[in-house]
Design a protein around this ligand. Structure first.
Ligand code: XMP
Length: 325
């Protein structure tokens, strides 16, 4: 539409005026905000933009590869892919408490971010996908009293942790700060982002790590990733992805007895968590067709080694939360 095109042109002008020939760093997350931001910045400043994608190892099956490929092949925006899978997993050895788990992941994210931005830098600006509601929330925080510019002392990642060291404090550039989420979605759509990014279900920063209760191990990650992939496949195949606020699988760190053929099994249960919601603050468990649940259950138990039982979560929020950790 005209307004979208006008917004793009206006943003590009603004970014150029502000940044000049300085370098900008952007951390891609795979969501619509950072993806749209990457597109705008790349149009505005080209090679002076560096997009970094930190793979913690907790994303859904094929998502990291797809993201990098989409940017490289379709948008011709190079992505610095940082494979940090092993180091995140190491940090989680023996960690079972949910808050402690989030803290470890958040801190590791900051450490990787620091190392990589030093390696790729120096950068003058950090681009963030701050939206209008976030601007209001943090009204006059972190404003440099001399220049009036907002300064990044923390990375606004979905982790909500982590102070940056003194020598790594960037000026912020936030081209989406006047937009609401729906406007970003429209913008994303108009620049050719695939619908799977534009209307992606919310996905927590710590990703699958908080959908494995208790200790996160490589074995459990593989099991959950495969089960989750089946859930997503079937939901897409039935054309009901957008009927849910979120629809995902959770792995419980316990085992129960089952039988397969004439063999006794002793394996993990998978929980299906399908909810509807307006804003994530409250949620209702989704009344899904029984045959549909059965289909998913059969596929998971038959195709994912290590799982012998599937259960359906019938708890709304409150009193339950959407995620299990
Ligand atoms: P809960 O589980 O609290 O989740 O009902 C509400 C919404 O927030 C998402 N969520 C997160 N998003 N980082 C995020 O970016 C996180 O650590 C996180 N934890 C929960 C959750 O998926 C739901 O949409």
């Amino acid at each position: 539409t005209w307004t979208t095109a006008a917004f793009v042109e206006e943003s590009i002008r603004e970014i150029r005026a502000r940044v000049g020939d300085k370098r900008v760093l952007l951390a891609l997350s795979g969501g619509v905000d950072s993806s749209t931001l990457a597109f705008l910045l790349h149009r505005a400043i080209g090679d002076n933009l560096t997009c970094m994608f930190i793979d913690q190892g907790f994303m859904r099956k094929y998502e990291p590869e797809r993201l990098v490929k989409l940017f490289r092949d379709q948008f011709h925006i190079p992505v610095e892919y940082v494979n940090a899978r092993d180091r995140f997993l190491e940090k989680l050895v023996g960690v079972t408490d949910p808050e402690e788990k989030r803290r470890h992941i958040g801190h590791e994210f900051i450490r990787v971010f620091e190392e990589e931005s030093r390696r790729l830098g120096p950068f003058d600006y950090l681009a963030q996908g701050t939206l209008y509601p976030d601007v209001i929330e943090s009204a006059d925080s972190n404003v440099d009293p001399k220049t009036g510019e907002r300064v990044a002392v923390k990375i606004k990642s979905h982790h909500n942790v982590g102070g940056l060291p003194e020598d790594l404090q960037f000026k912020l550039i936030e081209p989406l700060r006047k937009l609401f989420k729906d406007e970003v979605r429209n913008l994303g759509r108009s620049i050719g982002l695939p619908e799977e990014i534009v209307r992606r279900h919310p996905f927590p920063g710590p990703g699958l790590a908080i959908r494995i209760l208790g200790e996160v191990t490589a074995e459990r990650l593989k099991i959950l990733r495969d089960a989750d992939y089946i859930v997503r496949q079937e939901i897409n195949r039935h054309g009901i992805y957008h009927d849910f606020w979120q629809a995902f699988a959770v792995l419980l760190p316990i085992r129960s007895v089952g039988v397969m053929g004439d063999q006794r099994t002793y394996a993990y249960p998978i929980v299906l968590r399908f909810v509807s919601s307006e804003d994530g603050m409250t949620a209702d468990w989704s009344r899904v067709d029984y045959d549909f649940i059965e289909l998913i259950s059969n596929r998971i138990v038959n195709e994912v080694a290590g799982v012998n039982r599937v259960v359906y979560d019938v708890t709304s929020k409150p009193p339950g939360t959407i995620e299990w950790e």
